[in-house]
Design a protein around this ligand. Structure first.
Ligand SMILES: *Cc1c(COP(=O)(O)O)cnc(C)c1O
Length: 362
């Protein structure tokens, strides 16, 4: 039996209702039903409706299921970029999207700031020729975020035809996007949705679809089974091209029901309140300090702290109390800790974590 509470930034703690939904899924033999059955179409439709409600997603957006957020990077470039993309880079995940564009033979340009820093929108020059602008709401490797109001400013800065893509993998459903100011938002379920890994969700508006159709009509490749027109055709029938992760789509539909009955306002309020408690503790600690200097650029959902105690020692102490935080990312493995503040983490659990971290101070 593993009683540990995972404050790791993904995979993370499962949403508290997942075990009961998993049990129900086994009783209903969800793992055996056909992905062409009416039962699956209903599960699919329920997941899409739940997501539309939770995110207040307008009708000109489609909800598409893919394997992961990493897959979205590749599909976004294939389907929406003829020649050139532009990336805001401030850590490992935003860098990886930029590299994906290069690996697919596109001319990718970046506006890079040091690890742990956010962006100042007014200092960013977007090339006129950039067809896709890649923004990262929450850079999970460093704990830096772009506040939603700043994300909304890119629409007026970019060329009218440019598509604004937002990586919200480790923040949705927390950020309240105005979807008329962006064109695509994507996430994978093992972060803030508290589900097992293995499902990516790609939200696209009609401009993304039209661009893919135009590139295809010009005779260029936009990929194969997961090109936007194929994804869309099946999505409109509440189906997927391939045999999908039916179990996870089912679990997502159930967790969305739970999140909607709790309400997005409550989830956002609780996220703010837990984040405030965590940052207040970090500011007062002798061992930890917030890694992102500018308070406006500090993530509410993936909180990163510099640590004078090696992260492995911190986790050794926490393990005795059935808790674990994330170690730092890459070369910061031992010198930073990362604390996930997701909807699955209750206020009581956060208080327990902070109490145990405080014991290290003495
Ligand atoms: C985890 C993460 C990804 C990659 O998600 P996968 O599900 O592993 O493909 C991309 N971007 C950010 C910001 C992430 O935190």
């Amino acid at each position: 039996m593993n009683n540990k509470v995972y404050f790791t930034p993904g995979p993370s703690e499962l949403y508290p209702t997942v075990p009961q939904h998993m049990q129900e899924a086994m009783q209903q033999k969800i793992g055996s039903i056909s992905h062409r059955s009416k039962q699956f179409q209903e599960i699919y439709a329920s997941a899409v409706t739940g997501l539309r409600t939770l995110l207040q997603l307008p009708d000109n957006y489609e909800v598409l299921f893919v394997a992961s957020a990493t897959e979205v990077w590749e599909r976004a470039i294939q389907n929406n970029v003829r020649k050139e993309s532009f990336h805001l880079v401030n850590g490992s995940f935003s860098k990886r999207f930029y590299e994906t564009a290069q690996e697919l033979g596109r001319k990718a340009q970046q506006h890079e700031v040091p690890f742990g820093q956010g962006f100042h929108v007014e200092n960013i020059e977007i090339p006129e020729s950039a067809e896709l602008i890649a923004l990262i709401q929450n850079e999970t490797s460093s704990g830096a975020c772009i506040p939603v109001e700043q994300i909304h400013r890119f629409k007026e800065k970019a060329a009218p035809d440019a598509l604004i893509y937002v990586d919200a993998v480790s923040s949705l459903p927390y950020p309240a996007f105005d979807f008329s100011k962006v064109d695509s938002v994507y996430f994978s379920v093992q972060k803030c949705f508290g589900l097992p890994a293995g499902l990516g969700v790609w939200l696209v508006n009609e401009r993304c679809v039209a661009k893919a159709e135009a590139i295809l009509a010009e005779g260029h490749s936009i990929g194969s089974y997961h090109m936007l027109p194929s994804l869309l055709e099946k999505a409109q029938a509440n189906q997927t091209v391939e045999t999908p992760n039916v179990l996870n789509i089912y679990l997502l539909s159930k967790v969305l029901e739970d999140m909607n009955s709790k309400s997005i306002e409550t989830i956002r309020r609780e996220t703010d309140s837990k984040a405030a408690q965590i940052y207040t503790y970090l500011e007062s600690s002798n061992i930890f300090s917030p890694a992102v200097e500018n308070p406006d650029h500090r993530s509410k959902t993936t909180i990163v702290a510099n640590s004078t105690m090696p992260a492995s020692e911190v986790n050794k102490h926490l393990a005795a109390f059935d808790m674990q935080v994330g170690s730092g990312y890459g070369k910061y493995k031992e010198s930073q800790i990362r604390i996930a503040n997701f909807p699955a983490h209750s206020e009581v659990q956060v208080v327990q974590l902070l109490t145990k971290l405080a014991e290290l101070e003495s």
